[in-house]
Each structure stands twice: as C-alpha cells, then as structure tokens.
Design a protein. Structure first.
Length: 334
C-alpha cells in the first residue's frame, strides 16, 4: 500500500482510494497524501467573478472511495473565507456523487459553526445542526473530524462520524517538560478533556472559574487548584481571538505559576489574536495544523501536524478496519 501512484491507492482489483483537497487547507492535504504514499487527485476549483464557487474532478472517480480534505476555515492565500470553504465542500460532494463515487467521505478536521450547537437565546438557529443536515443532503456518506467543540455534535448526523482527537499529540509534545506540571482547564466544561491530558503527562489538574457575559467575551474569576511555583499548561480545543486565553494565562501567572504554556487543537486566530498572544505570559502556545495560519504568526507559536493521525484514520476507513484502535478505544473519553 506504500507504492506511489498518481492520485490512487489500490486495494485488490476493485477498491480505490482517491484523495482530493479543497482550497481551505491544501498544505494539510498534501501532508496526508505523503503519509498515504499517494498523490492528491486532480481537481479544478475556482471562484467566478460573481463569487460563485465552481468544482470539477479532472479524472474519473467512478467506483472509488473519495476522501475530500476541507476544514471549514478561511485561507487568505487562496482567497476563501470560512463560508466559501463550506460551500466548496458541498459542491465537491455533489460533484463526487454525480460522478458515481462509491463513497464520499468529508475529511473536515475543523468543523465550522461548531460553537453554535444550541440555543443560548430565543429565536437563534442551531447552526451546527444545519451544517450537518446540509452535508447529509449533499450526499456525504461519512465524516472524519477532530476535537469537536462538543462531542454531542455527532448526534446531529444520521451517518457515521469518526471523531478524532489531537490531545494525545499535544500531550506528547510536552512530555519531559517539567517534573512539576499542572494542567489547567479553562472552564468546567473542559475538565474531562483536561483530566485525560493530565493523566497522560502524570500532571496535576486545576480549573479556571470563567463566565461569558456575552459572545466572544470571557471573564476569569479565580484559579481552583494549586499552581503556585509549578509549570502550568492551559489546554483548550479552540483559540479564536485569544482574549480568553490571554486572560487565563494572566490569571494562572497571577496565582503564582512559575511557567505558563498553552495548547489547543484548532488555531482559528481571528481578530486581534496575534496581538493578544504576543502580550500574554505564555512561553509557548502549541497548536495543530487543522487550520492554516495567516501571516504574522508570533514567534511563540509551535505547530504539531495532525496529518499522520488523519492519514492513519483514512487508511482504516478505506480498509474497513477499526478507527478507534488509533486511540486504543479512548477517543470518546475526550
């Protein structure tokens, strides 16, 4: 299966894996293809002058398992925003279904609209559910995603959802950092995730008392747990504007932590994120490459690639092997 051929990974005489990339994160798609030992399939993607998205597969995909790598994020280099990425994924799916693909699998490690997963006020949409329904209506057979903001998002789908986690990759990045580590959960909702992270590192656990008076605004009360004189790692799933993360770092440093680090799977980095990170007390901020970073990244940012994990998962889906074995069956513990 490691033999390099153009755009296709063959199993036996009839089964084919074909991997294509949208414009949201082609670098990640190339890294996945390299891990699989194949080339990305040829595809034409463009935006017309009236902002409509166009897609065409440039070779036959009939009867193939088609994996479409497209996180629902923007890419300044390619001129697409998050909504463009979502629509582009939908037209890729529709084109694949119309071209008689055997199965169409959306590889979307960053699931857009994931934080709009419930009604927080009257007359609001549940946009994460709408995205799931739209993907299914377009013809997706399976979804491969990573570190959903809430695991219950899987329940919005009536098709299989393979929920991967990068937390083990991130935890391993900090292995051997210090003998006196404490993992800090940014709020009560992240305690279970952070406990798993702490267990993997043999670290202690602390929790931040956080409230959200309004959207994209957070207030940190105090630190619950002992961080004084210790090396603290604030672990979350998403860094958006980094305002909350900066406040968390300042609260932990103010509580007496000797060194402060941060880790998160999804580096959304919108708005004043870079300015907030540059002004924060974090020595290093470790993220994955589910979302491409825009120019001007602070020197404190380290990127860990999730391509090996996604490639392994894609291979297992293709060969009908157990995906949960990648994590020893513990991926749902997050």
């Amino acid at each position: 299966m490691g033999r390099r051929v153009t755009g296709t990974l063959e199993l036996g005489h009839h089964k084919r894996l074909m991997l294509f990339s949208g414009r949201a994160n082609p670098t990640l798609a190339h890294h996945i293809a390299d891990r699989l030992g194949i080339e990305l399939g040829p595809i034409t993607l463009k935006t017309f002058s009236n902002d409509e998205v166009y897609c065409r597969f440039d070779e036959s995909i009939r009867g193939a398992d088609v994996f479409l790598v497209q996180p629902m994020c923007g890419n300044l280099e390619n001129g697409v925003n998050a909504n463009d990425a979502l629509l582009e994924l939908l037209v890729m799916v529709d084109a694949a279904v119309g071209a008689s693909a055997h199965r169409v699998i959306a590889v979307t490690p960053w699931y857009g609209y994931s934080r709009q997963d419930k009604k927080s006020a009257p007359r609001e949409p549940i946009s994460a559910r709408m995205v799931a329904r739209t993907l299914e209506a377009a013809g997706v057979d399976r979804v491969l995603t990573m570190d959903l903001h809430a695991g219950q998002l899987q329940g919005f789908f009536g098709i299989p959802v393979d929920h991967m986690t990068a937390l083990m990759l991130l935890a391993d990045h900090f292995a051997g950092l210090d003998d006196d580590l404490v993992v800090v959960a940014p709020d009560a909702g992240r305690v279970k995730l952070n406990k798993q992270f702490a267990t993997r590192l043999g670290a202690g656990l602390a929790i931040l008392d956080k409230e959200r008076p309004q959207q994209q605004v957070a207030e940190i009360g105090h630190v619950i747990g002992d961080v004084r004189g210790r090396t603290a790692i604030v672990v979350d799933d998403i860094i958006d504007t980094a305002g909350t993360l900066r406040a968390a770092g300042e609260a932990v440093a103010g509580a007496g932590a000797r060194r402060v680090f941060a880790a998160a799977t999804h580096a959304v980095f919108s708005g004043r994120a870079y300015e907030n990170l540059a002004a924060s007390p974090f020595e290093r901020v470790v993220v994955t490459d589910t979302i491409p970073l825009r120019p001007g990244v602070p020197a404190s940012i380290d990127v860990v690639s999730c391509a090996p994990l996604l490639a392994d998962s894609i291979r297992r889906i293709f060969t009908d092997d157990s995906v949960s074995e990648v994590f020893g069956g513990k991926n749902h513990a997050f």
